[in-house]
Design a protein around this ligand. Structure first.
Ligand SMILES: Cc1cc2nc3c(=O)[nH]c(=O)nc-3n(C[C@H](O)[C@H](O)[C@H](O)COP(=O)(O)O)c2cc1C
Length: 392
């Protein structure tokens, strides 16, 4: 982890989720309302379970912000779990004086089986409570603070759904983000949107689930974030790590990723042309690289795709074994989503915001926003100007 880092804690049905952020500059305007917008976007999406209607997440800022501005000290955030009321006995911190029936039928596709083996426990609840993607609510709250920082530098991050099941959206030339925000599946193609929603209904009726692909785009990213000099400083590596850390994400590509593998070298690169209009004396007509070359941002939009697997908890449970008896049994079922691709896109935005905030702070430093801003401005007007090249 770099200068901007965070930890989360909390169980899915525990009292609350918490996050501690370290390394944010002082002087950044942050509010609970701003963070709430992203939390709400994470909870939306056709195909989510009824729990999303119960929760209506809000992050309380507990420390690190005074009179609306960050102080440079750790920022802590707290998201209460509204379902806690019904889970007080099962998730009680103190012993309850009676045996709570353990979960012993592991769900394929979850951390259940490997988790109980690794941690030496019998009750799968001890694993599933933390492995649950409920934790991503805390990450989205952290990501909103990062997004607030990036706003100051004109960096914007959006996501949309490219596919759900077999239904793929047509890629429009320019994406209408307002339309995406209104779409129940966060899709920019109205025809595909209908097909995706029908496919989710069909999967639900059959006790099944669906996966898909989301795209995240960051615009306004300056040239020079990340580095070629060390493996862990490569920006594309950091982004891939962040995306793969989202539960159910099974593949990530930056730019044209997998399809460039079958293209010819003459077609796969973004050739460098001259420009008299751009801030820098060059121009790229294409962005196959997705905004990163040699581990360094190249000034083009950062574009990535992430593949989300179909949810592993099925209404019609998959075959499993009851570990108490060693006999065949249906996998444990607990209220579950049918499709999380739209929500995963919002989490992808948060994770990208976190990586880019860290990379910005690494490049421009500073303990107060003003200091970071001055360093940024100096860099943009000196290193990233055509005059610089004219002089050499
Ligand atoms: C926003 C979101 C919500 C999720 N909700 C569920 C769910 O309701 N039921 C489920 O079985 N998996 C759900 N998942 C996926 C699981 O958390 C994930 O598949 C599981 O922890 C195993 O991890 P892995 O798929 O990364 O190997 C969700 C994922 C995300 C991103």
């Amino acid at each position: 982890m770099g200068q901007f880092r965070f930890l989360t804690a909390g169980e899915s049905h525990g009292r609350a989720l918490v996050a501690i952020i370290e390394g944010m500059v002082a002087g950044l305007p942050v509010s609970e309302d701003y963070i709430a917008q992203d939390l709400e976007r994470r909870q939306a999406g056709y195909g989510r379970s009824a729990r999303m209607k119960i929760e209506q997440d809000v992050a309380e800022i507990i420390s690190g912000v005074r009179h609306g501005l960050t102080m440079g000290s750790p920022i802590s955030l707290l998201v209460w779990n509204r379902v806690w009321e019904d889970w007080q006995e099962i998730m009680s911190i103190a012993p309850v004086g009676k045996k709570i029936r353990p979960i012993t039928t592991p769900r394929p596709g979850h951390a259940d089986l490997s988790g109980i083996t690794k941690y030496g426990v019998e009750d799968i609840r001890l694993i599933l409570e933390r492995a649950s993607a409920r934790e991503t609510a805390a990450r989205v709250a952290v990501g909103a603070v990062a997004r607030r920082f990036l706003d100051e530098f004109g960096i914007a991050i959006h996501s949309h759904t490219l596919s759900i099941g077999k239904h793929r959206a047509k890629q429009p030339k320019s994406i209408n983000w307002k339309q995406v925000e209104k779409s129940p599946v966060r899709c920019a193609d109205a025809t595909a949107e209908k097909a995706m929603m029908a496919a989710i209904d069909d999967a639900k009726a059959k006790g099944d689930t669906l996966g898909g692909i989301f795209e995240v785009i960051a615009t306004g990213v300056p040239v020079g974030l990340g580095s070629h000099v060390q493996w862990d400083r490569r920006l594309n590596g950091q982004i891939a790590h962040a995306m793969m850390s989202i539960p159910a994400v099974k593949g990530v590509e930056i730019g044209d990723g997998f399809s460039v593998a079958s293209a010819k070298g003459s077609q796969a690169q973004d050739v460098i042309g001259t420009s008299s209009k751009d801030a820098l004396p060059w121009h790229r007509a294409t962005n196959n690289a997705g905004g990163i070359e040699g581990g360094i941002s190249n000034g083009q939009p950062i574009v990535l795709h992430a593949a989300v697997k179909p949810i592993a908890t099925l209404g019609k449970p998959l075959p499993s074994v009851d570990l108490r008896t060693g006999k065949k049994a249906e996998a444990h079922y607990e209220r579950s989503d049918i499709c999380v691709v739209p929500a995963a896109g919002v989490i992808g935005e948060a994770m990208l915001a976190i990586v880019l905030t860290n990379a910005m702070l690494e490049k421009f430093g500073g303990d107060h926003l003003k200091e970071t801003w001055v360093n940024y401005k100096n860099y943009i007007s000196s290193a990233c100007s055509r005059q610089r090249y004219a002089k050499s």
